[in-house]
Ligand binder design. Structure first.
Ligand SMILES: C[S@@+](CC[C@H](N)C(=O)[O-])C[C@H]1O[C@@H](n2cnc3c(N)ncnc32)[C@H](O)[C@@H]1O
Length: 238
């Protein structure tokens, strides 16, 4: 995703997400801000606020978001580790971006259920889960990448993130959509949690990685090669 303009490039995707969500359905977007120095001038790209603006323009309700703290990075000075020379001297070092946002949006009003809906009751979380998951800062260690460069390039995330989100915002039997499938972390989580799943990925190499990740269960996944036009029209039938 272009750190300077993630929203323009994704607006069509967000529109489709809105269209296929059920009334009261929830969309979650994991995004980090970015910094770049261009022509000697430092810029902060507040990607999260642009995504919020996009969803607001589409008429979704913005809910309080999660800050995912990745326990790793050191403070930085001019783009390098700060533990060098004048990194210890004020005032020229800057704060490290070591949080990502998990933005949460709802389509319309609260989703409604039949009283005592058994699938909903089977999907409930414990008090410990509720206290931890519904607090604003999550400290979850980054994913261990088992498939080398490709996963690292696209930034695979740890299972724990989609697992929590799927359990927080869907019930058993629901259909989960990931329009940026990558190595299929959300796909695996959704299937383990008895949800149905559909996803899109533009890099074909990931189908092999997903098959490996699913192991014996890969037979449950139907892979289809589609043109962009087909992708959009097939999403219409979701
Ligand atoms: C950070 S990864 C997503 C991780 C993933 N959600 C998971 O559960 O592991 C983003 C993925 O989106 C894919 N992508 C980017 N633009 C896309 C597009 N227009 N259509 C489909 N996939 C796209 C990239 O190739 C990359 O694999």
């Amino acid at each position: 995703m272009n750190p300077r303009n993630p929203t323009t490039r994704c607006t069509k995707t967000w529109k489709e997400v809105k269209r296929v969500l059920v009334p009261g359905g929830i969309a979650c977007v994991n995004i980090g801000d970015a910094t770049r120095t261009k022509d000697g001038v430092f810029h902060l790209y507040p990607n999260h606020s642009r995504v919020i603006e996009s969803f607001e323009q589409l008429g979704l309700v913005t809910l309080p978001y999660v800050l995912w703290k990745k326990p790793t990075t050191k403070p930085r000075y001019k783009g390098k580790g700060a533990f060098l020379g004048s990194g210890f001297l004020p005032p020229n070092a800057y704060v490290t971006l070591d949080m990502e946002y998990i933005l949460i949006f709802r389509k319309g009003n609260l989703r409604s259920f039949e009283p005592k809906d058994p699938k909903r009751y089977r999907s409930k979380f414990t008090k410990k889960e509720r206290d931890e998951w519904f607090s604003q800062v999550w400290t979850v260690t980054g994913a261990r990448q088992t498939h080398g460069g490709l996963e690292r390039r696209v930034g695979a995330f740890p299972d724990e993130i989609p697992r929590r989100l799927i359990r927080m915002f869907s019930i058993e039997g629901d259909l989960v959509l990931d329009p940026f499938l990558g190595s299929g972390t959300s796909l695996k989580a959704a299937m383990d949690l008895n949800r149905r799943f559909v996803g899109y990925e533009k890099l074909e190499d990931f189908s092999r990685i997903i098959r490996e990740r699913m192991g014996q269960e890969s037979g449950r996944v139907l892979f289809q090669k589609q043109s962009v036009v087909e992708q959009i029209s097939s999403a219409l039938t979701v």
